[in-house]
Design a binder for this molecule. Structure first.
Ligand code: NAG
Ligand code: NAG
Ligand code: NAG
Ligand code: NAG
Ligand code: NAG
Length: 272
């Protein structure tokens, strides 16, 4: 005979198993949903103010070997919480009647790419109000669906290096939001630099950072970073001067799947 305690224990175990199966089911469905027929090669790009940005959106399964007829593909680009459209293409031509004026003359698709299901949007001369979530919707004889793209905007530039009286200087005049500057030697030890910022009338920061008493034939890493993007530079100091090279690292947007998972856990916690 099972005691009351044992019954409760096994009931709890059964409940836990059922809820675990439920979570797995939801995750599988969420994942299946995210791999719909329309994809983006970068769903969370960081665009540099004033530069052009390509918002990627394409059909994952190109229509057989034959191309889609242009009159059979329609594409709509919308932006969350904004009236009007970003761009629309229907019946073989752009339809810009409902386009929001913010995007007038600044957006285009690539007609030659549309026939292969590529509905990527070129956004010219990015500004901070372009930041937000865009939805690209494709419908065509070769399939359809939609994808969200979270565009973040920032100002960022690689520093130029100078060597003067034993001090290594890094100057980068295009940063926003305000970044942090960190220096390291070749052994990854943190070094104290002296950093100053000046902000222009448009809110863009100019960054000047100086590392005192550097050693010859050494390589230093300078990292200028805000919450969206980092410029990582290696500067090599020699008797004849300094040479630097840089690359950018973009921060990933928070994962939608992770937040879905968290919501489910929260509601189950609430149920029990
Ligand atoms: C879509 O077209 C753009 C513009 O020509 C191109 O840069 C991009 O690589 C294309 N994407 C795909 C998935 O073909
Ligand atoms: C060069 O550096 C030395 C020691 O760091 C300092 O004493 C000197 O004043 C500096 N000269 C100039 C022109 O900054
Ligand atoms: C930063 O600059 C100030 C003034 O020029 C100087 O007194 C200070 O020693 C510097 N700090 C470092 C870590 O170089
Ligand atoms: C230069 O080398 C000396 C001796 O190895 C070291 O103490 C010092 O921290 C180095 N300076 C920098 C800026 O790396
Ligand atoms: C910059 O540094 C400050 C203090 O060290 C820190 O609180 C802040 O989070 C940093 N910001 C970024 C974008 O890393």
């Amino acid at each position: 005979m099972a005691t009351l305690g044992q019954i409760i224990f096994y009931s709890m175990v059964t409940l836990i198993v059922i809820f675990s199966a439920f979570i797995i089911l939801i995750l599988v469905l969420a994942f299946k949903n995210s791999s719909s027929a329309v994809l983006s090669s970068d769903a969370a790009p960081v665009a540099n103010f004033g530069q052009d940005e390509l918002l990627s959106c394409y059909l994952s399964v190109p229509a057989t070997s034959a191309q889609i007829s242009l009159t059979q593909v329609s594409v709509t680009w919308e932006k969350t919480d904004m009236n009007g459209l970003v761009y629309q293409f229907v019946n073989g031509a752009p339809n810009l009647v409902n386009q929001n004026s913010q995007f007038a003359g600044r957006t285009q698709l690539f007609p030659n790419e549309l026939a292969s299901g590529n509905a990527s949007l070129l956004l010219r001369s990015v500004m901070s109000s372009d930041q937000g979530v865009y939805t690209c919707t494709i419908s065509s004889s070769g399939g359809g669906g939609k994808v969200n793209i979270n565009l973040r905007t920032a100002a960022f530039s690689a520093p130029t290096f100078t060597l003067s009286n034993g001090s290594l200087g890094a100057v980068a005049n295009w940063w926003s939001p305000k970044p942090n500057v960190t220096w390291k030697d070749a052994n990854e030890n943190a070094l104290d630099g002296n950093t100053s910022f000046t902000q222009n009338s448009a809110g863009i920061f100019s960054v000047v950072s100086t590392l005192q008493s550097v050693n010859m034939s050494s390589t230093y890493t300078c990292k200028i970073a805000n919450n969206l993007v980092a410029a990582v530079s290696k500067a090599t100091v020699t008797e004849s001067g300094v040479s630097g090279n840089s690359y950018f690292v973009y921060s990933a947007a928070s994962s939608l799947l992770a937040s879905t998972y968290l919501n489910i856990l929260t509601s189950i916690y609430y149920l029990t």
